[in-house]
Design a protein around this ligand. Structure first.
Ligand code: FES
Length: 141
């Protein structure tokens, strides 16, 4: 049911933890399944994501997508990180079963929420970034 990559990132997730005094923190949940994901970003003056950590209270696919999403945005600029969609995360994981697609949306939205927090704190506008939802479940149906 799950690809080797999903299993690898689930059993050995990368970038688990938190960042003290993070540049931006985003928390997103899905009221339907009850899963919650929090992403911490450390962003330098050149808008490059120096470090990223996550904490996910959720299913295996949510943990695997958080892990892969953090790997994909690490070292990227905030503009590049915005292009890391849930589809890109799923592709990098060699796919997810259809019932688990919403788990990858949680990762995309949590990154956007952390970027939004960063933009708000620094009084800047990130082109193309929309105000994130705290609950992604409305999007699914
Ligand atoms: Fe809800 Fe995976 S079942 S995030």
């Amino acid at each position: 049911m799950y690809s080797d990559k999903v299993m690898d990132h689930f059993t050995n997730p990368r970038n688990v933890g938190e960042i003290e005094n993070a540049s931006g923190v985003g928390t997103v949940g899905n009221a339907k399944c009850g899963d919650i994901m929090r992403i911490y970003l450390d962003i330098d003056d050149n808008h490059v994501i120096r470090d990223v950590k996550f904490k996910t209270f959720g299913c295996g696919a949510a943990i695997a997508t958080s892990s892969m999403a953090t790997e994909l945005v690490k070292g990227k600029t905030i503009e590049e990180a915005l292009e890391v969609t849930n589809k890109a995360v799923m592709e990098a994981l060699d796919g997810l079963p259809p019932v688990k697609i919403h788990c990858s949306l949680l990762a995309e939205e949590a990154i956007h929420a952390a970027l939004w927090d960063y933009a708000t704190k620094n009084n800047i506008e990130i082109k193309g970034l929309k105000k994130p939802k705290s609950d992604i479940h409305e999007d699914e149906e």
